[in-house]
Write a protein that binds this ligand. Structure first.
Ligand code: FAD
Length: 429
């Protein structure tokens, strides 16, 4: 269609995820607060419904923020960029925003969830708000190109074309492609002159030398995990670790996985890395050594696998013994020297796994990298290269730690982008 004959939307938001829906609502809310007619706002969403990724968050419970809002939980090549945005739309403001949509929150430890502990209720609240705020929505509409002429011209896979005065790119990152996020935004932003840092997976499983993890696949334990790069501890996390065919998974592993990704170039580690697991604290290790000395006498004729009986799940205990002692478990406990017992304690303190890398973006919960934040104004999230163009959420080079930080970023940055688009159109908020 000739672009002069097309309707011109005030704002088109590309992507109906957490950041895109927040942006569209924030724009309309600013109109309402200023007692203006609502703008003409359209969300184009690739999936057959909005918020599919929100449904998957927090194992279906939607861990939407965290009480510990230290800025060190957010990462970007532009170190101060996330905190500048979060200063403008702090957690408190985003929680009020959610509350006004009907999403009340509660905390479990530091992690924050909707009171319903159900992701679908969050998506429902957003959907109703899109109606309330006169936001148009076209689903199954996959954007393929954005061009800037007098207005923005947006083309979709089903050969539709839309025209808008302003555009917010909120199409997410490049992880979990099955939920619609295939890094499309990087291509359009590059075409419009933006630099994009190559996407890497974070909050993802770690691939290790796997003979041991494969043998223990499906078992889990709580322990103190350290991630070590060139003999320096670069991350530590206490929590659950799950053994798997390819390596290690579980919350503690997810939390440190970004540090592995950041040290990978072309799918290879740039420095040698290992994960070590400390299975017991120092005081417990001391009493365990005394217990093993007692067992060496009391259970002298029993086989080695009785040394850690009921102290660890049998399969894990046996693997510790094999790793520490390098001898058949059919031997008698009486055959163990003090040095052998020390070797077992050492392995319980530092059970080491050589890291090969991480699993791919498809398995990750968030994307490291994305559109270079130095090319966006942190006060508005407007592009410094193309006026009237904004970025928010995961498409930007910002990633958060595991624990609600990525949704917090999506909400805060979405609200800021929507509010800024309003301010640019009408002046002031
Ligand atoms: C399994 C899983 C669990 C997670 N759990 C948590 C959690 O508990 N807490 C937390 O804080 N974070 C969690 N995250 C991360 C969090 O969901 C994301 O960081 C956040 O949703 C990003 O918001 P966004 O709006 O930028 O992108 P998204 O929510 O990914 O939304 C982007 C939208 O854009 C659409 N889109 C993409 N390309 C196009 C196109 N070409 N045209 C039109 N539309 C397009 C997509 O279909 C999608 O709906 C999890 C992620 C995953 C995968």
């Amino acid at each position: 269609m000739d672009s002069s004959a097309m309707p011109v939307w005030d704002l088109i938001v590309i992507g109906g995820g957490a950041s895109g829906m927040s942006a569209a609502i924030a724009y309309q809310r600013a109109c309402r607060d200023a007692r203006k007619e609502p703008g003409t706002v359209l969300i184009l969403e690739k999936n057959d419904r909005v918020g599919k990724k929100i449904l998957a968050t927090g194992n279906g419970r939607c861990n939407l923020s965290n009480k510990d809002m230290q800025f060190s939980h957010f990462h970007s090549h532009e170190k101060s960029f996330p905190s500048e945005v979060l200063d403008l739309v702090p957690q408190k403001e985003s929680l009020i925003f959610l509350e006004e949509l009907g999403i009340l929150t509660t905390a479990e430890g530091n992690k924050m969830f909707p009171v319903s502990k159900t992701s679908s209720s969050v998506v429902d609240a957003f959907r109703f708000a899109l109606d309330d705020y006169d936001i148009s929505l076209i689903e199954q509409s996959s954007v393929t190109e954005i061009k800037k002429e007098e207005n923005f011209i947006i083309s979709t896979l089903d050969e539709q074309t839309y025209q808008a005065k302003q555009v917010i790119v909120a199409c997410g990152g490049a992880c979990a492609a099955s939920l619609g996020t295939t890094g499309d935004g990087y291509r359009w932003l590059s075409q419009l002159g933006h630099r994009v840092y190559a996407p890497k997976p974070s909050i993802v499983q770690i691939v290790t030398e796997n003979a041991v993890t494969k043998a223990l696949s499906g078992l889990k334990l709580e322990c103190d995990l350290s991630l070590i790069a060139e003999d320096v501890v670069v991350a530590r996390q206490f929590g659950e670790v799950l053994f798997a065919d390819y390596g290690l998974s579980g919350p503690a592993v997810f939390q440190v996985s970004g540090e592995v990704s950041r040290r990978m170039k072309k799918n290879q580690l740039s420095v040698p890395m290992k994960v070590t697991l400390q299975l017991f604290d120092e005081a417990t290790l001391r009493s365990l050594r005394s217990e093993m000395i007692r067992r060496r006498e009391a259970f002298a004729d029993r086989t080695l696998d009785h040394l850690l009986l009921s102290i660890l799940p049998a399969k894990i205990g046996n693997m510790i013994l094999k790793t520490a002692l390098h001898r058949p478990l059919s031997l008698h406990i009486a055959s163990l020297s003090d040095a052998d017992l020390d070797a077992v304690i050492r392995t319980l303190r530092i059970w080491s796994f050589d890291v090969i890398g991480t699993r791919s973006l498809e398995y990750a919960q968030t994307t490291i990298g994305g559109a270079d934040c130095s090319e966006f104004d942190p006060k508005t999230l407007e592009s410094k290269i193309v006026s009237g163009l904004y970025g928010c959420g995961e498409v930007l080079d910002v990633d958060g730690d595991c624990g609600g930080y990525n949704l917090q970023w999506a909400f805060s940055s979405g609200i800021l982008a929507g509010r800024s688009a309003y301010a640019r159109a009408f002046g002031g908020v």
